[in-house]
Design a binder for this molecule. Structure first.
Ligand code: 5GP
Length: 204
């Protein structure tokens, strides 16, 4: 029986290093597909349309909502962010594990719609380190950093909704740990309903 892909949701405070982690995970292992979100936020320096995000207007985003083209969407610091449904469905059908790097509201929406989705939370080694990373990134204004930290406080309240926490201290080690968790999660009965059903039928 062909191995079925699962939905993997990765959240974490802004500055925890999720983006770098996910890029590395996809590079190192070939069973993952990284979903590219749609957003109304302006591109940061160095970001490209269709690589980090699909950068769209509010109007385009709202049309996508009405046309049911998003798996989930949320508002983050006054901008829309959402996951296009088409890519997710295509890759899952191909048997890939699809990674969504999204914030907590979207994560909970995905879990509600797809109970077998795996929810992972990436933590920085410390909050001091988180602040330092946000400042060193140099892409956000002071005001924006404060807003991101305040949002982190809200997100911290929801961590227990996630199945596993990984600490992004050493990048390579963290990528290996993520891959091990995902590999183990594939073996859960809740993610193997078809296999279980088939075995039971054969037993009859
Ligand atoms: P940033 O502006 O730093 O790229 O992203 C801000 C937050 O939005 C991050 O927590 C990121 O994970 C989240 N995000 C990115 N894409 C999506 C999406 O498609 N849906 C949701 N719900 N959140 C997203």
């Amino acid at each position: 029986m062909k191995r079925k892909g699962i939905l993997i949701v990765v959240s974490g405070f802004s500055g925890a290093g999720k983006g770098t982690l996910m890029k590395k995970l996809v590079q190192e292992y070939d069973n993952y597909a990284l979903s590219i979100s749609m957003t109304t936020r302006a591109p940061r320096e160095g970001e490209e349309d269709g690589r980090e995000y699909y950068f769209v207007s509010r109007e385009q985003f709202e049309t996508a909502i009405v046309q049911d083209k998003l798996v989930e969407y949320a508002n983050y610091l006054d901008n829309y962010y959402g996951t296009p449904v088409e890519y997710v469905e295509k890759k899952l059908t191909e048997g890939k594990d699809v990674v969504l790097e999204i914030e907590i509201q979207g994560a909970l929406e995905v879990k509600h719609k797809f109970p077998s989705a795996l929810l992972l939370f990436v933590m920085p080694p410390s909050i001091a380190e988180l602040k330092q990373r946000l400042e060193q990134r140099g892409t956000e204004s002071r005001e924006n950093i404060e807003k991101r930290l305040s949002r982190a406080r809200e997100e911290a309240a929801g961590i227990e909704n996630y199945e596993y926490i990984v600490i992004n201290d050493d990048l390579d080690q963290c990528v290996r740990q993520l891959h091990s968790i995902i590999t183990a999660a594939h073996a859960a009965p809740a993610r193997n309903r078809d296999l279980i059903k088939k075995m039971r039928e054969e037993l009859e």
